[in-house]
Design a protein. Structure first.
Length: 219
């Protein structure tokens, strides 16, 4: 028996930045793939233009990093549709302004990872746990308690030393399907706190699923 992603077969387009729901200092490129914060260190809140599926990776390239500020990119998820937001509802900061409201979850990327050309990937599993990785290295457990019963949009705050980010252009998923006989290594997940143990489904992908849905790294 195979565990499959919710609606994985319906995805044809990678996410982009929402063209309207953004902080006043955010400038998007013509394809809504690149977000640049023009002034100051704040007012850089952005969202994806569509909900993110469970286990779907949001992949961001850190295009420009300026070390004149303190703090780095904030990222997470929200249950609130950005299309329903007015510009007045988007505050200066994701943390603490948005995360103190119900239905928003975000935290800061450690500054040691906020390096130009690094690729940040983050995703949420069916248990409401958010993971991230840097340059496709070991996943790190970042957050828990996300409400996953409905749609989730990614929240990205181009904050502090992070000046410009780009959403990379292919859909990539964390492996979540397995069949009997496949192997996995529990040591592949790094925890930054104490959380429930990860199950077999989070570590391996069946040969059948891999063959049918071969995922290539975005470029």
């Amino acid at each position: 028996r195979f565990l499959l992603l919710r609606s994985v077969l319906t995805i044809t387009e990678p996410p982009r930045f929402h063209s309207q729901a953004k902080g006043k200092n955010v400038r998007l490129d013509a394809h809504s793939r690149k977000a640049t914060r023009r002034n100051s260190f704040c007012n850089g809140v952005t969202f994806t233009n569509r909900p993110i599926h469970l286990y779907e990776k949001v992949r961001l390239k850190l295009v420009a990093v300026h070390h004149g500020w303190s703090g780095a990119l904030r990222f997470g998820f929200t249950i609130h549709d950005p299309s329903q937001m007015s510009s007045d509802e988007i505050p200066k900061y994701a943390c603490p302004d948005l995360v103190t409201r119900p239905g928003y979850w975000a935290k800061a990327l450690p500054e040691r990872f906020a390096v130009r050309d690094n690729i940040l990937a983050f995703w949420v599993d069916r248990h409401g746990r958010v993971f991230y990785s840097i340059n496709d290295e070991e996943p790190i457990l970042f957050h828990c308690g996300i409400k996953v019963s409905g749609p989730l949009w990614a929240l990205i705050d181009v904050y502090g030393i992070t000046h410009e980010v780009q959403i990379l252009g292919k859909c990539v998923f964390w492996p979540v399907a397995c069949s009997s006989g496949c192997s996995f290594h529990r040591g592949t997940i790094t925890r930054n706190s104490t959380y429930p143990p990860l199950t077999h489904e989070h570590h391996c992908m069946s040969a059948k699923y891999r063959q049918q849905h071969r995922m290539q790294p975005a470029g």
